[in-house]
Design a protein. Structure first.
Lengths: 426, 432
């Protein structure tokens, strides 16, 4: 999907239907009405009754048709306005002054849209009068960004190129064991002027072998990096690598190869090694059931994968030779990560680099209350989600609490872009 | 270690904006003192290419910020944040007399902003291109609905803002060129006003019957707005440009049906045979056609057709009877209508009658006739096809000077929106 439509609605108390009054409905504005996912927007209500309770809601329909909602309660000020950049929410999906709270606070709506609400009322309560609405578009791709499907030299991925002649600095972008192809971070990088290549390595129909295993090894990741270097619109000596979760291991492993010289690495909540025993020198993996002995369960039967990546549980031969790293590395930690042992792995990487006299290469960003999936900002976040349905339904815990996780996403994204600017453009 | 080549970064924020939104063009990672040209290119719907460009020198931090730094030369100079748009002109070799007007408002205007090395004046396609981005400029905000209207034999398009309403309404009238011109109404709806663009010179009914519409056509349009379930019947305005102001003033003062909350008249006149039909107003103008002048480029100057301002009260709308707030927008260099003289006469009439507190006049030195929404290219003259039978194509001189006219458009639009918002959304003060 190229973009999502977001409807912001303002609702006030009272059974009076607005249409019979002699005033027009209040005016709800959003600026900019068309923005990239990581842009801030300013939402305002005008011509509301003064000093009056009002609820502002956001609704978004996802790709799969699910409805997401967030709401916040305000009291309008004496001139009948509400301004989400200035005014605090006194209840709802978030509290306090949070200009982007209606976006990062989006949660799956209970059933079909409840409709309208009165005063300070939560969405699941009785209908009330909807006053005003404004629609905003949130885009992953800036105009002119080109999306190119790559199926070349056995490599499976999607390349996003910014508009213009290039050449551009570039990023290789890898996600976790959830598999498939997650494109939107790359799309955003391209919208910010970087060529970016989302690489698939598990759970994709165009990759060899069964989809529940990694069937590619070191040559595959080397080819992907090479593909970027060889691209006529990419600066071969200005390529960075970003990895989330298991993508961190792949990032570190690739970067420690002698032939590969990235300009920088960005690692989010992932391990420096793997529990999966390596069967051959080129890194082809074995069955992943070995991991299960490290899974822990809460009293609802939800699984946490955290212990799988504890340094003590990682196989020694899989641990990346971090002392061979020659480029700057930024490691981002969600301190409430329930899916990976991020703090411990950050420590391991820092200690190893320090021992090798390379501590100046290491930067750590650490966020209390943030979970595993630290993604671009202003996107909804879940503390847990469905991981698999076979052989039985399994819900996995990511960790993170709503507001601190949102703050982590906002801050880390800004710092990621600055880091890329410093290391890839100068 | 080898020296890395410059990694120039060009960004335009926002990359998708409404037509009346400002943007910031930033070029970074240059060497201090680096000379560059920022270039804008747009291909409009009829295939013509338009371009603008400006010369800049990077500052000590290696940056050029178009909103803050002066252009040294080009299609504009000095500090002009939006100069890349309003100074767009047809590329060399184009037909003369072009005027840019968007027909399809459901798609954006796409502009390519590029950076070239050095201070270039022409031949851009052959120069070293450093970076390039694409910018979209929209007339319609997301959620705005476009509704073709044929009720009551009207030829119109209604634009409804996002949301349940009810919204204030507005009837939007253009001038003698006829046709259904939607872009201003679409933009007004993007600002929360349900706006109907009305074709009143070349509507379907006129094509079928051969007759020009009369007052009841406009009253029907007003009624369609008034009765619309999402429009508040007690808050309706009219906005007219050029001949559209003649209709607006007539309706505002004399119609028993049309009750306006306010009116905006751009580049217009109150001079018309009152009590006559719309067709009679057109004939009145044509009667004075011998007063048409031509400038040194053989461009048609029509402003004398309505001069001198008549003293005969049957030839001017009785402005003393106006009961709603009125904003007049005047270009003092208008070569097509004697807008300034008419505005002064209207003011005088209202001062004598004691209702001049309703009047606001925005008057702009060196602005011409076509005062439109901001940041669009300026045409001092353009080819104009008359709606007469048979139609004739002439080169009409609108007047105005590029910079002053562009500034006037920006300020007039902003003030028009404030005026409309105050009168349509604010607490009731007058009239209706």
């Amino acid at each position: 999907m190229n973009f999502c439509h977001l409807q912001h609605k303002a609702q006030v108390p009272g059974g009076v239907r607005w249409t019979s009054s002699c005033r027009p409905a209040p005016l709800l504005t959003a600026s900019p009405v068309r923005a990239l996912i990581d842009d801030k927007i300013s939402i305002r209500g005008h011509f509301l009754p003064p000093r009056c309770p009002v609820t502002v809601c956001a609704q978004m329909q996802s790709d799969d048709g699910d409805l997401w909602e967030a709401f916040a309660h305000f009291n309008t000020n004496s001139d009948g306005t509400v301004n989400l950049t200035r005014d605090p929410s006194v209840g709802g999906s978030y509290l306090g002054c949070e200009p982007m709270g209606l976006l990062w606070g989006l949660q799956p709506a209970p059933g079909a849209r409840e409709g309208l609400r009165q005063g300070h009322v939560s969405p699941s309560e009785r209908p009330s009068t909807e006053l005003a609405a404004v629609t905003a578009e949130r885009w992953y791709m800036a105009p002119g960004v080109r999306r190119i499907e790559i199926r070349q030299n056995g490599v499976v991925g999607t390349l996003f190129l910014p508009p213009g002649p290039g050449p551009f600095p570039a990023m290789l972008d890898m996600w976790g064991m959830g598999g498939g192809l997650v494109e939107y971070r790359s799309a955003l990088f391209a919208s910010r002027g970087y060529a970016s290549f989302s690489l698939a390595y598990i759970g994709h129909k165009d990759l060899p072998g069964p989809q529940n295993r990694i069937n590619v090894g070191d040559p595959y990741f080397n080819s992907a990096f090479q593909l970027l270097q060889d691209h006529p619109q990419v600066y071969p000596d200005r390529i960075g690598i970003i990895g989330l979760s298991f993508g961190v291991y792949l990032t570190l492993r690739l970067a420690s190869h002698s032939g590969i010289k990235p300009s920088c690495l960005i690692c989010i909540n992932g391990p420096a090694g793997s529990t999966i025993k390596l069967t051959d020198a080129d890194g082809k993996t074995e069955q992943m059931e070995n991991d299960q002995k490290y899974w822990t369960y809460d009293d609802q039967g939800n699984v946490s994968f955290r212990a799988v990546s504890l340094p003590a549980n990682l196989s020694p031969e899989s641990k990346v030779k971090l002392e061979h790293l020659t480029c700057p590395l930024m490691y981002i930690v969600g301190e409430d990560d329930l899916s990976a042992s991020s703090i411990e792995n950050a420590n391991l990487i820092e200690e190893t680099l320090s021992a090798a006299g390379k501590s100046q290469l290491f930067t750590r960003l650490s966020y209390p209350g943030a979970g595993h999936l630290i993604e671009p900002p202003y996107t909804p976040n879940s503390r847990a989600s469905l991981w698999s349905v076979k052989p039985q339904k399994l819900v996995t815990l990511w960790g993170g609490h709503l507001a601190p996780h949102a703050a982590a996403q906002e801050d880390s994204w800004k710092k990621i872009l600055e880091y890329m600017e410093t290391n890839l453009r100068h | 270690m080898s020296m890395k080549p410059l990694c120039v970064k060009l960004s335009v924020q926002p990359s998708r904006g409404l037509v009346d939104e400002k943007f910031t063009v930033l070029v970074q990672n240059l060497l201090p003192g680096f000379q560059l040209t920022v270039h804008a290119l747009h291909q409009c719907e009829d295939g013509h290419s338009w371009e603008a460009f400006a010369h800049y020198t990077a500052d000590a931090t290696g940056t050029v910020n178009v909103s803050q730094d002066p252009s040294l030369d080009g299609t504009y100079s000095g500090v002009e944040p939006m100069g890349l748009l309003w100074s767009l002109r047809p590329v060399p070799g184009s037909k003369s007399g072009l005027r840019m007007r968007k027909k399809n408002v459901q798609t954006p205007m796409v502009v390519t902003i590029s950076v070239y090395q050095g201070h270039q004046m022409e031949g851009f396609l052959d120069r070293v291109l450093l970076a390039s981005v694409v910018v979209e400029r929209w007339y319609m905000a997301p959620g705005v609905r476009r509704v073709p209207i044929t009720d009551g034999k009207l030829t119109a398009t209604l634009f409804l803002p996002s949301g349940p309403g009810p919204f204030p309404g507005l009837l939007d009238l253009w001038g003698n060129g006829g046709k259904l011109v939607e872009y201003r109404a679409a933009l007004l709806a993007s600002h929360g006003i349900a706006s109907m663009a009305l074709d009143y010179l070349t509507p379907q009914i006129t094509k079928e019957t051969g007759k020009i519409v009369d007052n009841d056509y406009f009253e029907t349009a007003y009624r369609v707005l008034e009765q619309h379930p999402q429009i508040l019947g007690s808050r309706i305005a009219m906005l007219g440009l050029s001949f559209g102001t003649s209709v607006t003033l007539r309706m505002a003062v004399y119609s028993q049906v049309v009750k306006l909350s306010c009116a905006v008249c751009i580049s217009g006149s109150h001079v018309q045979p009152i009590g006559g039909s719309v067709e009679e107003i057109l004939s009145y103008f044509k009667k004075n056609a011998d007063k048409t002048r031509f400038d040194e480029n053989k461009q048609v100057i029509c402003r004398d057709l309505l001069l001198p301002i008549p003293t005969d009260p049957s030839l001017k709308v009785d402005m003393g009877r106006l009961q709603c707030p009125l904003m007049l927008v005047v270009g003092e260099d208008d070569q097509n209508w004697p807008t300034y003289e008419c505005a002064m006469d209207m003011k005088e009439m209202m001062e004598r009658a004691g209702n001049s507190h309703l009047l606001t006049v925005l008057s702009y030195k060196n602005a011409g006739h076509l005062i439109e929404p901001p940041f669009m290219p300026f045409a001092r003259a353009s080819t104009f096809k008359t709606v007469t039978n048979p139609p004739t194509k002439v080169m009409v001189l609108w007047g105005g000077e590029l910079v002053a006219h562009s500034r006037a458009q920006e300020e007039a639009w902003r003030k028009t929106l404030v005026f409309l918002r105050e009168n349509l959304y604010g607490s009731m003060k007058h009239g209706a």
